[in-house]
Design a binder for this molecule. Structure first.
Ligand code: PMP
Length: 424
């Protein structure tokens, strides 16, 4: 590892020189990557890493069908979005077939941040309210607006007046009845907005609560909260940037686990398997009301190459049965990790849905307190064993297990064996 760090040092210095304070790198000794395929990435020194941090090239790194679709379309036609191009409408129809029928207008963007920014502005116009309710460690993106509704991005200071953050839907926060506790918190947030003289525009949540630490259960716990925000005149926005596109196994979208139909759905990350694309699906009347004021144009969002990438991703998910694989291999992996939790008190909890799993690491000698230092050790231990993984949650003590959807049982075993070895 020392040799690796020494080799990487000039490249890291060069990166810092180029990107400055905005440079975000993994690991104290970052890895120089050169190529990737399936669930594996290859570094400049020839080492291979099993990618468990993946939520972008989700159908597998460098998937040949996506690569071919992008290259073919790029060679034929790519342009701004002011023309009618068949591949774009064909893609939108394929995507809409996966969405609730009422959300029949889809605006394509280049990033999840843009999609959420637009969603919140549409919600404000549709409701006449301005307030936004989020979870306490949520991340929704990097524009001025969505940074303000992303408590996890806040390094200092406090949230603006129109934002109220509510506790993560965990058992720890709410006890066994998460649905009731979470809804009570939401009602209190609505009352707090009212005290500030504000009406709610939206409850926006990542429906797998990834940056909060991954909370999928019990299925349906979001349902009464969705009803409560609507009763108060606000919309429910499902941010599907993380759980969308089959990752949670039982369903194509995270919200489906809760048996709710959002008023607006946003999506991104795995949508183009690495080609930068994202989107917002809304009701035509909501979008039309917004567009009478300012309109919306996006030069690159949903261009023909993006549409070709997106369409290829949908085809691959279907053809390779990746949703079923996420469910089955995810269940297998969850069982193996749960077995480790049963034998090692430092693994406090394992939970998730499909190939989106959280592993809480704690310090048994400090009343099972979340242990971010131990999490860093475990993450470094994985790296030394050729596995890439990151942490999430308020304390940074939850391993965010998110491999590509094409993961095999053998690769799931490699991950679980590596964790067993690190713990030993
Ligand atoms: N929403 C969620 C839940 C996310 O995790 C992210 C990115 N981490 C975003 C939105 C923003 O997406 P992007 O980085 O593509 O702007």
């Amino acid at each position: 590892d020392k040799a690796q760090a020494e080799t990487a040092a000039p490249a890291v210095a060069r990166r810092l020189d180029n990107l400055g304070a905005a440079s975000v790198l993994f690991y104290r000794e970052p890895i120089q990557m050169v190529s990737a395929s399936g669930a594996w990435m290859t570094a400049a020194d020839g080492r291979k890493y099993l990618d468990f941090y993946n939520n972008v090239p989700s159908v597998g790194h460098s998937h040949p069908e996506v690569v071919r679709a992008v290259a073919d379309q790029m060679a034929r036609l790519n342009t701004n979005t002011r023309y009618i191009v068949d591949v774009v409408d064909a893609y939108l129809e394929a995507l809409k077939a996966k969405l609730p029928a009422a959300l029949s207008n889809v605006v394509l963007t280049c990033s999840g941040s843009e999609a959420n920014d637009l969603a919140l502005r549409v919600a404000r116009k549709a409701t006449g309210g301005t307030g936004v309710i989020v979870t306490e460690n949520a991340y929704h993106g990097n524009t001025a607006f969505v940074t303000e509704v992303s408590p996890s991005a806040l390094k200092r200071g406090s949230l603006p007046d129109y934002v109220v953050a509510i506790p993560t839907p965990s058992q720890e926060n709410y006890g066994p009845d998460i649905a009731e506790g979470f809804t009570a918190s939401l009602r209190a947030a609505i009352a707090e907005l009212d005290k500030r003289g504000l009406r709610p525009a939206a409850l926006i949540v990542d429906s797998i609560f990834s940056s909060d630490g991954i909370f999928a259960d019990p299925p349906g716990f979001l349902r009464p909260a969705v009803q409560a925000i609507r009763d108060a005149g606000g919309l429910f926005i499902a941010d599907e940037v993380q759980p969308g596109f089959a990752r949670t196994g039982d369903a194509f979208w995270g919200f489906a686990r809760h048996g709710v139909e959002p008023d607006i759905v946003t999506m991104g990350k795995p949508m183009g398997n690495g080609f930068p694309m994202a989107g917002m699906a809304a009701r035509p009347d909501h979008l039309a009301a917004f567009c009478t004021d300012v309109g919306y144009f996006n030069t690159f969002g949903g261009n023909p190459v993006a549409a070709a990438a997106g369409a290829a991703v949908l085809r691959v998910i279907e053809a390779e049965g990746l949703q079923a694989n996420a469910r089955e291999t995810g269940r297998y992996l969850l069982d193996r990790l749960s077995a480790l939790a049963d034998t090692d008190p430092r693994v406090a909890a394992v939970r998730g849905a499909g190939l989106f799993i959280g592993v809480d690491l704690c310090d048994p000698s400090r009343d099972m307190a979340p242990d971010p230092d131990f999490a860093v050790q475990v993450i470094d231990g994985f790296k030394a064993r050729g596995v890439l993984i990151g942490a999430a949650g308020r304390f940074g003590a939850t391993l965010k297990v998110r491999p590509p959807l094409c993961l095999t049982r053998d690769e799931a075993d490699q991950f679980a064996d590596a964790l067993a070895d690190i713990l030993a």
